[in-house]
Design a protein around this ligand. Structure first.
Ligand SMILES: [Zn+2]
Length: 393
């Protein structure tokens, strides 16, 4: 497709910062297993995950990268994917994504996934990886190792400090949205409250889901001083969507004003609430990752337009939130570039925006806002986590 205008050309050429994504699967997938990764839902007998906005977008926009015709049938798509093998499939899509940095959440891995370094290696010589530490995983590991309730707060904090000192870590993340939702007492819990709550956490470990301990985790994130990524909105069936509305965080955001950057991830269908929060709180940022490829090129522009109704232009970031299938690292980038370019170019054509301003907004959103939030650790070459893998992926 010809690039219709200078904003499209600029965004097509821009190396993106994908500030929140996950690894790609390091195994060949059966047709069924591949299809199951196209959806946030569970298997639905009689209906294919290919028959969704994301599924048709994969057949339309990813098939040509596997040397197939556009709109290739699902069976042909899955067969060609298996024929090429996971290494080549990952290489093609991750390269096509055109990202200079992938910030990888390493805290969710029900499948065998690329490490951050392997993901970057598959994306080409210019791509780098950074790591995002999921704090619930740190807390759960502390409890699994065994800790006295009275020592939990200090041991968790020490473990979190150690985790974020690893080379290449640029942020922490919380999935509080999944565990309790955001309708929490916003205040920092007292030591006595934390000890009492830790006493009731099952001795064998398990999931952190106590409201006091979730609050304590969020406040520990503030103490760590790194940017905090928060899952909000869209996710899988483990979520209670209405409790993942970021507007429920308003009181906590008042209390944490002036501390760390808070990055609201995904947000859909609450991207307008997130946009409002970013407009009124200096430390709040957002993206519409995950919603980009799940709404597909046909509708991602509308989501971006709604997010940008009131979001200050220095507050919107790009992420794919791709997990498992590298198609989504590519499709997220493609949706973002086309959706944002389309809406900005239309505003230039209508003389609502100068071309220079449109290009500034494109660069800010695709790359420079992330560089600003995460700072030098995002781009300094010395901080690749674990260096390059010895095995080519
Ligand atoms: Zn994610």
């Amino acid at each position: 497709m010809a690039a219709p205008g200078p904003v499209h050309e600029a965004l097509d050429a821009l190396p993106l910062v994908d500030h929140h994504c996950h690894g790609a699967v390091t195994a060949d997938l059966s047709a069924g297993r591949f299809a199951s990764l196209l959806t946030e839902g569970t298997a639905w007998p009689g209906a294919s995950p290919f028959d969704t906005p994301a599924g048709v977008a994969v057949r339309r926009h990813c098939a040509p990268l596997l040397d197939l015709p556009r709109h290739a049938p699902p069976a042909e798509y899955a067969a060609r994917r298996a024929e090429l093998g996971w290494r080549e499939v990952n290489r093609r899509f991750l390269t096509a994504a055109g990202a200079e940095v992938f910030c990888v959440d390493t805290g969710f891995a029900p499948h065998p996934l690329t490490t951050p370094a392997e993901l970057a290696a598959a994306a080409g010589a210019r791509a780098r990886a950074r790591e995002v530490v999921r704090l619930e995983r740190v807390a759960e590991a502390v409890v699994a190792r065994g800790v006295e309730a009275g020592e939990y707060a200090a041991v968790f904090r020490a473990a979190a400090e150690e985790a974020v000192r690893r080379p290449g870590v640029v942020a922490v993340k919380s999935v509080a949205a999944y565990r309790t939702g955001f309708a929490l007492d916003p205040g920092r819990p007292t030591d006595a409250e934390v000890t009492r709550a830790a006493r009731h956490w099952p001795a064998h470990g398990g999931r952190l889901a106590d409201p006091v301990l979730v609050r304590h985790l969020l406040w520990t994130a503030v103490d760590l001083g790194l940017p905090l990524q928060l899952h909000t909105g869209f996710g899988d069936a483990d979520l209670r969507l209405h409790r993942a509305d970021p507007a429920l965080l308003t009181d906590w955001l008042h209390l944490t004003a002036g501390t760390i950057p808070v990055l609201l991830l995904h947000c859909w269908p609450y991207h307008r609430q997130a946009a409002y929060l970013s407009a009124v709180f200096e430390h709040v940022y957002l993206d519409v990752g995950l919603a980009l490829h799940h709404t597909g090129p046909a509708r991602c522009r509308a989501v971006l337009e709604e997010a940008l109704e009131v979001t200050p232009f220095r507050k919107l970031l790009y992420s794919s939130d791709a997990y498992g299938v590298a198609e989504f690292h590519h499709l997220g980038a493609l949706c973002f570039r086309r959706g944002l370019a389309g809406l900005l170019q239309d505003r230039v054509d209508a003389d609502e925006l100068s071309l220079a301003d449109a290009l500034r907004i494109a660069h800010w959103t695709g790359r420079d806002n992330a560089r600003r939030v995460y700072g030098p650790p995002l781009t300094e070459p010395a901080r690749d986590p674990g260096g390059r893998p010895t095995r080519k992926v």
